[in-house]
Write a protein that binds this ligand. Structure first.
Ligand code: AMP
Length: 325
């Protein structure tokens, strides 16, 4: 391997602030072969598998950043975080039909492959893997990865097959791209928990890394779906961040009653135009089970429809003296 264990990384909070807690090894590149010039774009599964075998066969390493495209600064932060870890960074771009419900926004999900390629290249990606749905899910496809517990919480309650689609596509990407590392955003907190669990349960020899949520200046968590928000709806969407910040402050000052915080947050969201709450939860960061008394670190997570756009956000709540996850 052209790799050397080196510095230790620092974990960030869900709001992007460093907690100062070292969590992972950063690997330093040494004499590793690199692709030169324009970014490589591969769309066939066999081409990607062949390329991954070639990289690994010559002692190289791979970091994977899975995305659904329409890249924004949140995605780019994942690329930046992944870049020092391995000598080849693969960004996958695939709007995965298996994780969308029948009445969700699969057909209108924003897409701009050329802009994505430019941004990915400028940020340091080496390869874009952009497969076709028909090749990933050919006629007769019938094998899914189903996790039984974590997907039953939070988003899974209103999106019944969503996490089955997520675990299936991520397992497929792991088999196709053969990464040493894969990076996922803490913005999709439950997704990250589900994937970490899948890695453990199915023994994927891949290090899963969580990356802090990147926000707009006013606090709105970046999302490809923000593009659907009108000026007015964007203002409504900011209420999610306000609720999280208020909860953070109250818990840091000693409030422990999760129900009170949830009730007050619910009032704040309902006061905004065109909002419909899917859930507001305060739960254990690992089991995702609801917490009544916030006497240990907990995660607060919200899902709210603003107009037709479903927004999610979350952050850690740390009681006085509590340690970050
Ligand atoms: P998506 O394209 O929305 O499926 O997201 C691809 C990856 O980017 C997932 O791991 C997300 O959690 C992550 N991501 C999306 N938005 C953000 C954000 N605002 N900050 C950090 N990571 C994000």
């Amino acid at each position: 391997m052209h790799l050397r264990r080196g510095l230790r990384g620092i974990v960030g909070n869900t709001d992007g602030r460093s907690t100062g807690r070292p969590v992972m090894h950063i690997y330093c590149k040494r004499n590793a072969p690199r692709s030169k010039g324009r970014i490589e774009t591969l769309s066939s599964i066999t081409d990607m598998q062949r390329r991954a075998r070639q990289i690994r066969g010559s002692g190289g390493s791979i970091v994977l950043v899975p995305t659904m495209g329409y890249l924004h600064e949140g995605h780019l932060s994942l690329i930046k975080q992944g870049k020092p870890l391995a000598d080849h960074l693969v960004v996958s771009i695939f709007v995965n039909p298996a994780q969308f419900g029948p009445n969700e926004d699969l057909s209108t999900y924003p897409r701009d492959p050329e802009r994505d390629a430019r941004l990915a290249e400028e940020t340091g990606a080496d390869i874009i893997f952009a497969p076709d749905a028909a090749e990933l899910y050919p006629d007769g496809f019938e094998t899914y990865v189903i996790q039984t517990n974590l997907p039953e919480h939070l988003c899974g309650l209103s999106r019944p097959n969503h996490f089955r689609g997520v675990t299936t596509i991520v397992a497929k990407l792991f088999n196709i791209v053969k990464p040493d590392f894969a990076i996922f955003g803490e913005k999709d907190f439950q997704q990250l928990a589900v994937i970490r669990k899948m890695r453990r349960d199915l023994n994927f020899d891949i290090e899963i890394i969580g990356a802090p949520t990147v926000r707009e200046k006013d606090g709105l968590a970046m999302s490809s779906r923000n593009t659907f928000l009108s000026e007015e709806h964007r203002k409504s969407g900011l209420a999610l961040y306000r609720c999280l910040e208020e909860a953070r402050r109250r818990v840091a000052e000693g409030e422990t009653n999760a129900r009170d915080i949830i009730a007050d947050s619910s009032d704040v969201i309902k006061a905004e135009k065109d909002t419909a709450i899917d859930y507001i939860k305060i739960c254990d960061p690992e089991t995702l089970i609801d917490i009544d008394a916030i006497d240990r670190p907990a995660v607060m997570a919200l899902a709210v429809k603003v107009g037709n756009t479903r927004l999610i956000d979350n952050r850690m709540l740390l009681p006085p003296g509590g340690k970050a996850r």
